[in-house]
Design a protein around this ligand. Sequence first.
Ligand SMILES: C[S@@+](CC[C@H](N)C(=O)[O-])C[C@H]1O[C@@H](n2cnc3c(N)ncnc32)[C@H](O)[C@@H]1O
Length: 430
Amino acid sequence: MSLRKSAATVLSKVVKDGQSLTVALDGILESIENSRDRAFIQALCYGVVRHYHRLDFILRQLLSKPLRKKDTDITMLLLIGLYQLQYMRVKSHAAVSETVSAANKKSWAKSLINGVLRQYMREQQSFEQKADKDDVAGNSHPEWLINIIKNDWPEQTQCLLSENNKQPPMTLRVNLRQSNQQDYVDLLAKHSISAKTISFCASALVLDQPVAVEKLPGFNDGMVSVQDTAAQLAAELLDVQAGQSVLDLCAAPGGKTAAILERQTKSISMLAVDIDEDRLGRVRENMQRLKLKANIMAGDATKPGEWVQEQMFDRILVDAPCSALGVIRRHPDIKILRREADIEELQAIQQKILTLAWDLLMPEGVLLYATCSILKQENEQQIECFLNSHANAEEVVINAGWGVKRHFGRQILTGDQGMDGFYYAKLIKR
Ligand SMILES: C[S@@+](CC[C@H](N)C(=O)[O-])C[C@H]1O[C@@H](n2cnc3c(N)ncnc32)[C@H](O)[C@@H]1O
């Protein structure tokens, strides 16, 4: 199968079937041996998804009417063609001819693709100018999402929308049991990989250029993992002491479970719970690679009675399921798959999980509430509501050199010091 055809198959799964880009890509990439081919398909898919609303706006003007749902593969090829012409350093005649030949089984589509892409090339500037003037196309976000961001962050809206459309940096978490920031930067340099340390997070490094994980020295031996700095901050904030019991609720794929364990020189007990069996498999793999120990359990955080009996915990991390609007730059398919109605549903689940987790916390214990969202209703409003209804809960103010202090908790806006959008609130039980 041609590379563009493979990319169109992945994109159809996202746009037509509502599959996540990661899952759809994994399904195709495992059958492709050549790493350059894999990287090309990945670049096409991420690029088209990132700029989907803009490319789709332009395509609608180029077509007299949208193609039928059963021809989504051809629509995706057209978007791939437009993407290459505007954003990739591919020779335009090659982009057109390769995209046309990818439609091999639908001969009617070949002349359509050829005609559409050539018309775009002739009038590229005018199509792009029209897109710039349109709110949805110009920002490449759906209207509801632009509005919801405007509502919460009116002054930062433009910056947030543009950060969401950028390629994120590749950030690493050094396993502090095996190495430290500076030693690992030096080790990377020996492999001709350059990186910078992050001053406010002892385990974080940002690579100047992304590389395949297999190229990272010591990766297979658990020396390092890929994780954004914002996510790594959870381990420091939770401040686990020797001998304490920790519950990591909503733990899969185990990034924060590992970050917490890697900081401990003395033993602690760690219970990592998640509702998703498949994703728990990844927690197990990560623990094995990083040579860490945790009790890993499938469980629904809204029904703790099903997976925990009398046990109480000194520390609880609630990394709540959320809209993930802070990580759009890493998962641009959120702009296509997320619906406005999801937010209220998620808010209700978060409230339930937080309230039930509180009952599992020991007196004087600390609960850290985290989301990778920038929405106030999932973050500071959620915590305000919780504090108003729990007299034994007190906020521990997070004073830090990152993020913005909010009335409740601390918010990192996407792109702030290079980080993903995240929110943390720390609560102590009195
Ligand atoms: C933000 S992700 C967690 C990321 C993880 N803490 C890490 O750092 O790698 C949210 C997780 O919540 C889980 N989840 C969603 N609803 C849940 C529920 N009712 N009970 C337990 N886990 C749930 C999802 O399966 C997902 O793995």
